[in-house]
Design a binder for this molecule. Sequence first.
Ligand code: AP5
Length: 209
Amino acid sequence: MLGPPGVGKGTQAKLISLRMNVPAISTGDMLRAAVEAKTELGIKAGETMKGGNLVPDEVIIGLIKDRLEMPDVANGFLLDGFPRTVAQAEALNNLLAAKNMQLTAVLAFTAPTELVVERIGGRLTCRNCGAVFHQITNPPKSGGTCDVCSSRLTVREDDQPEAVRHRMEVYEEKTAPLFDFYEKQGVLRLLDASGPVDVVYAKVEALLK
Ligand code: AP5
């Protein structure tokens, strides 16, 4: 899944995983879990993420390489937030080739910038289980706590306006070139992500079928 910060990739990844029974691998979620657990990776990556910068390619590629060794991905998987640079995309091609697997589709989420800023600006995240809510479009039932695990909901540090602006710039510079990269590979599927969650999901489903 490709697309700017806050466009709704994670929301759709969780739905696809649940409804299509396919493991979803989110590098953002993996890194946030490492930050919470204060592992060596988390301590190193935390500051980089807070400022809205990308974690170095070799770290992320290593993370994905290890994850793809796990047995649950043998029949296919969904990647959310990876690859994010041309170097990561090339590494993914190599990893897949070594496993005799092929990239079926790249779902490229698009939406007007104002909408993406609105989505990101209202996001509430559970640091315990990773569930995501929105103050207006998907409010938690109990106000400030997670509907799934009852932990306190917080605003991600990188959802502060200055970090969001920087993430958008980083996205344009480093990640947007992957549209061309995958267009050339013949796997790019553009998807207008501006509707409500279920409408976007229906488009995802149609594209994947
Ligand atoms: P990551 O977690 O991947 O962040 P991101 O790509 O910036 O994406 P977001 O999680 O911000 O947004 P999303 O598109 O998933 O939107 P969501 O579904 O939550 O990465 C974070 C950081 O980790 C990076 O900045 C970097 O430092 C590091 N990192 C991660 N991967 C890396 C990599 N490969 N290489 C290097 N560094 C890496 O939705 C947003 C809000 O909108 C929510 O509140 C949601 O409820 C709401 N919403 C969603 N869909 C809809 C809808 N259809 N209608 C109304 N509201 C909606």
